[in-house]
Design a protein around this ligand. Structure first.
Ligand code: DQA
Length: 142
C-alpha cells in the first residue's frame, strides 16, 4: 500500500516560518518522522512538496498512490483546481493542517478541499501528519 504525502506552498520553510503558529519542527525532521512511521507500519510512502498549484495538480494526477495525505497550505482556501484533481482521482484523501484553521483569520475557515476529503486533521501541529498516516493504515486495511 502506498501513501503520497503532498506539502503545499511555504511548508518547505517549516521550523523557520511563523514558529508560533506552525511550531519549531523542521521540514526535514517532519519528513523523517513520516518515513520512519510508514516503514514501521509496513507502508510505502512518497513525499512531494511544491510551491506551485500546477505542480500539485500534476502530482495528484500522475504519481502512483493508494491514499493521499495533503496539506494544501494556502491553496486550501483558493484552489478549485486542486479540489477538482482530488475529485477526479477518486481515492481516499486525508487533509492535514498544522494549525487550527477554524480559530484563525476568517479567510482560513473555508477549505475547498474538505468537500472532497475523506477526513481532516487540523490544529494538532506537525504530529497531525503522523496521525494521518495511522488513519491511512486503518482506511486502507478496510
Ligand atoms: C496551513 C494553514 C493555511 O491556512 C496556511 O496558508 C498554511 C498552512 C496549516 O498547516 O496550518 O500555509 O495549511
Amino acid at each position: 500500500m502506498k501513501i503520497l504525502v503532498i506539502h503545499g506552498p511555504n511548508l518547505n520553510l517549516l521550523g523557520r516560518r511563523e514558529t508560533g503558529v506552525y511550531g519549531a519542527e523542521t521540514f526535514d525532521s517532519l519528513n523523517r518522522r513520516i518515513v520512519s512511521l510508514c516503514s514501521e507500519l509496513g507502508m510505502d510512502v512518497e513525499i512531494f512538496q511544491s510551491n506551485s498549484e500546477g505542480g500539485i495538480v500534476d502530482a495528484i494526477q500522475a504519481k502512483p498512490y493508494d491514499l493521499l495525505v495533503i496539506n494544501p497550505a494556502a491553496y486550501t482556501h483558493t484552489s478549485i483546481a486542486i479540489r477538482d484533481a482530488i475529485a477526479a482521482m477518486a481515492r481516499p484523501v486525508i487533509e492535514v493542517h498544522i494549525s487550527n484553521i477554524y480559530t484563525r483569520e476568517e479567510f482560513r475557515k473555508h477549505s475547498y478541499i474538505s468537500g472532497v476529503s475523506t477526513g481532516q486533521i487540523s490544529g494538532l501541529g506537525t504530529d497531525g501528519y503522523l496521525l494521518a498516516v495511522r488513519a491511512a493504515q486503518t482506511l486502507l486495511s478496510k
